[in-house]
Design a protein around this ligand. Structure first.
Ligand code: SF4
Length: 469
């Protein structure tokens, strides 16, 4: 007689997907989970060996290889090892575009009251360098941070200077719409190896519709090409955001990325924050987004079958969780949640927030995820009362709905989204659009793996190897 180890399962098209505590999965006929639980699996069945080998059952009350299982769990949670890695600095709320879904509540170009001061920058850098992590990413955001070239240079120079005492490995990232990539900005990027992350929503008409200023598309493409010429082709990556209008054009958007020389795309849904929160029916939007995602993914798979390496980055992140023993750095798919553990935001006004979405809520008068001020002690910000309160409900393993979900290992916890869409940080999974989107996408990836294994698995493995995640 064997002993049960923790596992979760779900039914899918006449099969069961069984997932163990560290995210290994087995596909088995319907009824297998019940047979395992009723201890009906016989020693001479092939399944018995698989269940032993993959830690679904054990012949001893404590499995002989428990230490190995512990190592596997530690590897899966390795993103927690060094605490906060991503430090976002909001240089200004000013912006030179008017995106219809703007989540940062940006302001017109002349409103300098929304700029970060040098004093604030210095204190925020000090906090970043107190992070226990030996490597950190310093990401400049806005508004549009390229409107603040002097502050950008000051920030990097100060960090380089101060880091002589800390010796951290620092990666700089400039999140820009690319329409103001002046020689001055690119000079800074060359000098300090700054990576550029930009936004390209699709073909000209669509991009211009989303980004709200006339012919933003031509300016962005010009900026991308200028940056590639100066910094190198792969130093600039792009993200798309799917407005309601975008959902009609999955293939066309992917093709625009190909035409512009990109080898990957990140299909990103709108988040219900900032100006985007006034948007119509979110439930319907996410249903449509999932259909959009599936169509785009199918198109991308077809491209890869004709020997083009083109990656859908969100898929690659989930696949890494499903198909490898490793953890990922993407904050939306972490449990415990990526907020504070992996990311923190220093806002232009000196307040510190748990995530980018948290500071966007604050722009609308909701300070729930404000952790403190740059003048406060590091411990009171990162380990203080507020952080502790959030920490009580930030792990999928402990919250109702997620703790028994078969996809728990592949998903993430998002107390900020729960709070902003459902009114409390704990959230309610049956009506959560975050849950709905993730569940449907993970389910879809499993159907591809189960039903089109030979066709998609080699492609998916290539994505994992080549993706940025
Ligand atoms: S959010 Fe939904 S899909 Fe994700 S782990 Fe929780 S219940 Fe599962």
């Amino acid at each position: 007689m064997y002993n049960l180890l923790p596992f979760r399962f779900t039914r899918h098209n006449g099969k069961e997907i069984l997932v163990n505590e560290v995210g290994d999965y087995l596909i088995a006929p319907t009824g297998t989970a019940r047979r395992i639980a009723d201890k009906e699996i016989k020693k001479d069945e092939d399944l018995y060996k698989d269940l032993i080998n993959w830690y679904f059952i054990s012949e001893t009350p404590i499995p002989e290889l428990i230490d190995l299982l512990a190592v596997r769990l530690r590897t899966k949670k390795a993103f927690l090892n060094n605490f906060t890695v991503l430090h976002i600095f909001v240089l200004t709320l000013r912006c030179n575009q008017n995106c219809i879904y703007c989540q940062a509540s940006s302001h017109e170009c002349h409103e300098s009251t929304y700029d970060m001061t040098r004093e604030t920058m210095v204190k925020a850098i000090d906090l970043m360098l107190k992070s226990p992590s030996p490597s950190v990413t310093m990401e400049f955001q806005g508004g549009e941070p390229s409107l603040m070239p002097e502050l950008l240079l000051f920030a990097i120079n100060s960090t380089e200077q101060k880091n002589k005492d800390h010796l951290k490995e620092i990666t700089y990232v400039l999140c820009t719409n690319s329409i103001n990539l002046t020689d001055e900005i690119l000079g800074i990027c060359v000098c300090y190896k700054v990576l550029i992350s930009t936004s390209l929503d699709g073909f000209k008409l669509l991009h211009n519709h989303n980004r709200g200023k006339s012919d933003s598309y031509s300016n962005v493409v010009k900026g991308i090409n200028k940056a590639r010429a100066v910094l190198g082709f792969d130093r600039i990556s792009a993200l798309m955001t799917a407005s309601e209008q975008s959902l009609k054009y999955p293939k066309e958007i992917v093709n625009t990325y190909l035409e512009n020389g990109f080898h990957s795309i990140f299909l990103r849904a709108l988040n219900p924050h900032g100006l985007a929160s006034g948007f119509g029916n979110w439930d319907e939007y996410y249903d449509r987004f999932v259909n959009f995602y599936k169509e785009a993914l199918d198109h991308i798979i077809e491209l890869n079958k004709s020997e083009i390496l083109f990656i859908e980055e969100f898929t690659a992140l989930i696949l890494r969780k499903i198909l490898t023993p490793f953890s990922i750095g993407f904050v939306d798919l972490q449990s415990p949640s990526g907020i504070i553990n992996s990311v923190v935001v220093y806002n232009y006004d000196g307040y510190v927030y748990a995530s980018d979405e948290s500071r966007m809520l604050a722009e609308h008068g909701d300070y729930t995820f404000r952790l403190g001020h740059i003048g406060d002690h590091y411990d009171s910000i990162f380990y203080g009362e507020k952080a502790q309160r959030i920490a009580m409900i930030w792990a999928n393993e402990t919250i109702a709905g997620c703790s028994d979900c078969a996809f728990m290992n592949y998903c993430g916890a998002d107390p900020v989204r729960n709070h902003s869409t459902q009114g409390d940080m704990y959230g309610f999974r049956p009506t959560s659009t975050f849950c709905k989107k993730h569940k449907k996408i993970i389910q879809h990836l499993f159907s591809l793996i189960i039903e089109r294994e030979e066709e998609v698995l080699p492609i998916f493995k290539r994505w994992i190897k080549n993706s940025k995640g």
